[in-house]
Design a protein around this ligand. Structure first.
Ligand SMILES: C[S@@+](CC[C@H](N)C(=O)[O-])C[C@H]1O[C@@H](n2cnc3c(N)ncnc32)[C@H](O)[C@@H]1O
Length: 248
């Protein structure tokens, strides 16, 4: 009998490649092993919107995503009053997730929407010193609003922060997301928002790591002035959180 050994090897190899391909596709679209039990439980009970489910699939930093989701859940559960705010919106990726975690909160969005200011860049060190005003300038308010796909609770304040902050000076905040990359706006935002946090409210600061000395300096300096601890999150770029004491 003529045994087609090469044909068998060929078919076996094709089968192996096919199985690897299917496993890869399955992993991208259906693997949910990394999802926290509480998220799966909430999904099973229909408590997660279609939009938020889609965002979870797409958002690259899963730890960051689920941290926002858990924190917004905590604020709801503890009845912490106040609005949401973000400094450093760019095209609206992080704002989109935060808004869809609780579309019922007013959400104030601060950015130049024209990129960094020379006022801030001039004093930067580390990789941020190589930034130019062109970085992050390829965005517009309309594109951001379209991208977020949100409701009337979104408020946009274009311009240099903190010059734009005064208009929300009378408000109280439950969650503030800082993602401005540089020392000046980060320090100014901590000074501005911390006294306006509700008890139990929080500020999240992105990029607290050795590559962003301006962020580390702003946060460390500010922490010396307040009676709170820094909570570190093991997401990709090192988010840290300041939670305002409930008794304040
Ligand atoms: C890293 S991007 C924000 C990324 C965004 N959170 C996201 O999820 O894609 C930093 C943003 O901070 C903004 N920014 C930096 N300094 C600022 C300032 N002083 N006032 C207003 N916006 C500022 C920049 O225009 C830029 O859009």
């Amino acid at each position: 009998m003529d045994f087609p050994v090469f044909q068998v090897i060929n078919y076996t190899l094709i089968l192996i490649v096919f199985i690897i391909f299917i496993r890869y596709i399955w992993g991208v679209f259906f693997d949910d092993n990394y999802q926290p039990a509480e998220w799966k439980y909430a999904m099973d009970r229909g408590h997660i919107s279609k939009k938020l489910k889609r965002l979870e699939r797409q958002y690259p930093d899963k730890v960051r995503f689920f941290n926002w989701w858990f924190q917004v859940g905590r604020l709801k559960q503890d009845n912490v009053p106040g609005d949401f705010a973000e400094v450093g919106v760019y095209k609206g990726d992080s704002a989109q997730v935060i808004h869809h975690c609780d579309p019922g909160r007013h959400f104030h969005l601060f950015d130049t929407f024209t990129g960094f200011s020379m006022r801030d860049l001039a004093t930067e060190t580390g990789p941020a010193a190589t930034y130019t005003p062109e970085n992050f300038s390829d965005t517009t308010i309309n594109k951001v609003l379209q991208h977020i796909g949100g409701n009337e609770n979104l408020r946009i304040y274009p311009g240099y922060f903190p010059d734009t902050a005064g208009i929300v000076g009378e408000f109280r905040f439950a969650l503030v997301n800082l993602d401005a990359d540089l020392y000046n706006p980060t320090r100014a935002a901590l000074d501005f928002f911390y006294p306006r946090l509700s008890p139990g409210g929080m500020i999240l600061i992105h990029d607290y790591n050795h590559q962003w000395p301006g962020i580390v300096k702003a946060v460390d300096e500010f922490l010396m002035l307040i009676p709170e601890s820094l909570v570190r999150i093991p997401d990709m770029d090192g988010t840290v959180m300041i939670i305002r004491n409930k008794e304040c």
